[in-house]
Design a protein around this ligand. Structure first.
Ligand code: PEP
Ligand code: MN
Length: 361
C-alpha cells in the first residue's frame, strides 16, 4: 500500500501542523470565542466533537446535528477549516452536508472494521481528507487496515493520529504512548503523515507540553490539541483541555529540530551502531547454537529441559553485572527473558526432531 503525504488545499503541510479546538462542541458562543483566539495565533484547523463516544451512558454524548451548524458558523466567520469525528455513515453524510473540511475516525471506531468500512464507503470519492486515530488496542495492523479501507474506497488524502493505547493498569498517562508503535509505522510507511494527540495520551494539562515535545523529537508532523475557552467548565475531558493562550505558549516553547541533512558526526555514530548490532546478532546466533547443543545433550542423557534453579541463578548474576554496566534492570530482565524463552523453544525443537528420528529409525 502506498500512502501519500497529507495535503491541505493541494499543498503539503509544514511542521508542526496544528489542529486545535474543544473536545466537544457545547454551544455557539464557546465554539466561536475559542475559534477567534485560535485564529489570532495562526491556527488553521479547528476541531470539535459533535457525537461523543463515551465509555458509559449518561455522560455528555455530544450535541449532535446542531453542533454542525456551529462548525459552519466558525468556518465562515473565522476562515478556519473545520474537523469533526465520524463513527458511522450517517455522521459522514451529515458532516459532508455541513461542509466540514476534515473528518476523523476515533480510536473506538478504528478498532471496528465494520464501522471503518461503512465510513470509507460513505466518504467515497468526496475528496474530503480523513484522519485515522489509532485503535484503543495496540494493533498496528488494524490501524493500517483502516487506511487501506479508506484508500480502496477512493480517499487517498489521509493522516494518522497517535492518541495512545488503553491499558488496564492506570499509570502516569491516560493512554500509554507506546512510542515504538508509531515509530514502527513510520518505518513501514515512510511517507505517512502522523500527528500526535497529547491531550488523550496525557489526560492532564501539565503533560501536553512534554508529550508534544517528545512527538516533535520523534519526527511527528503535527499535533491535535484539545483547546477550550474555559477548560474548567468543559462538558467533556476537562482535565486535559487547555486555553488557546496556553496552547500558544506551548507552541512557542516547542523546539522543532530539522529532519534533513544528518551531520558527519551522526553518520559516524550510526555506523558504529550498525557494527554493534551486527556483533549483537552474531553473538545471539552463536548463543542459540550452544543452546541447541545443550538440548541435544539433555535429550541424550534424559535431562529435563527447564532447570528453574539454573535460570534463576543466571538472571540474578546477569542483572548484578548489568547494574555495573549502567544498564536498566527492567530492560536487562526483559532481554534475558526473551533470550531464555527462545533458547528453551530451540531446545524443544531439537529434542522433538531427534526424538522423532529415533522413533522412526
Ligand atoms: C476526541 O478526539 O475527542 C476523542 C474522542 O478521541 P479518541 O477517539 O482518541 O478517544
Ligand atoms: Mn476528548
Amino acid at each position: 500500500m502506498e500512502i501519500k503525504p497529507f495535503q491541505i488545499d493541494g499543498k503539503h503541510i509544514s511542521r508542526p501542523f496544528i489542529i486545535a479546538g474543544p473536545c466537544s462542541a457545547e454551544n455557539e458562543e464557546q465554539m466561536l470565542s475559542t475559534a477567534r483566539l485560535l485564529v489570532e495565533q495562526g491556527i488553521k484547523i479547528f476541531r470539535a466533537g459533535i457525537w461523543k463516544p463515551r465509555t458509559k451512558p449518561g455522560g455528555f454524548e455530544g450535541v449532535g446535528l446542531e453542533g454542525l451548524e456551529w462548525l459552519r458558523v466558525v468556518k465562515y466567520e473565522t476562515g478556519l477549516k473545520t474537523a469533526t469525528e465520524v463513527a458511522n455513515a450517517r455522521h459522514v453524510e451529515e458532516a459532508l452536508k455541513a461542509e466540514v473540511d476534515i473528518l476523523w475516525i476515533g480510536a473506538r471506531t478504528t478498532a471496528n472494521p465494520f464501522a471503518v468500512q461503512e465510513i470509507a464507503e460513505a466518504v467515497g470519492g468526496s475528496g474530503v481528507p480523513v484522519l485515522v486515530k489509532n485503535p484503543v488496542n495496540p494493533d498496528i495492523e488494524l490501524w493500517i487496515g483502516a487506511a487501506e479501507r479508506l484508500i480502496s474506497c477512493g480517499t487517498e488524502n489521509i493522516a494518522f493520529v497517535h492518541r495512545g493505547f488503553g491499558a488496564y493498569e492506570k499509570g502516569l498517562f491516560r493512554n500509554q504512548p507506546q512510542w515504538h508503535i508509531p515509530i514502527e509505522l513510520k518505518r513501514r510507511l515512510p511517507s505517512l503523515t502522523i500527528l500526535c494527540d497529547p491531550s488523550h495520551i496525557g489526560g492532564r494539562r501539565d503533560l501536553i507540553y512534554p508529550i508534544s515535545q517528545q512527538a516533535m523529537d520523534l519526527g511527528f508532523d503535527g499535533l491535535m490539541v484539545e483547546t477550550h475557552i474555559n477548560p474548567n467548565e468543559a462538558l467533556s475531558d476537562k482535565e486535559q483541555q487547555i486555553t488557546p493562550e496556553l496552547l500558544e505558549r506551548i507552541i512557542k516553547l516547542l523546539v522543532i529540530r530539522d529532519k534533513s541533512e544528518p551531520s558527519e558526526y551522526l553518520a559516524d555514530l550510526r555506523r558504529e551502531i550498525d557494527e554493534l548490532d551486527d556483533r549483537l546478532l552474531n553473538l545471539l546466533s552463536k548463543r542459540m547454537s550452544v543452546s541447541r547443543e545443550i538440548g541435544k545433550y539433555k535429550m541424550e542423557h534424559n535431562i529435563q529441559v527447564l532447570q528453574p534453579l539454573r535460570y534463576d541463578k543466571m538472571v540474578t548474576s546477569r542483572i548484578a553485572q548489568a547494574l555495573g554496566l549502567e544498564l536498566d534492570e527492567e530492560f536487562v530482565k526483559q532481554i534475558l527473558e526473551s533470550i531464555h524463552e527462545e533458547s528453551v523453544r530451540q531446545q524443544f525443537e531439537i529434542i522433538n526432531k531427534l526424538g522423532l528420528s529415533q522413533k522412526l529409525n
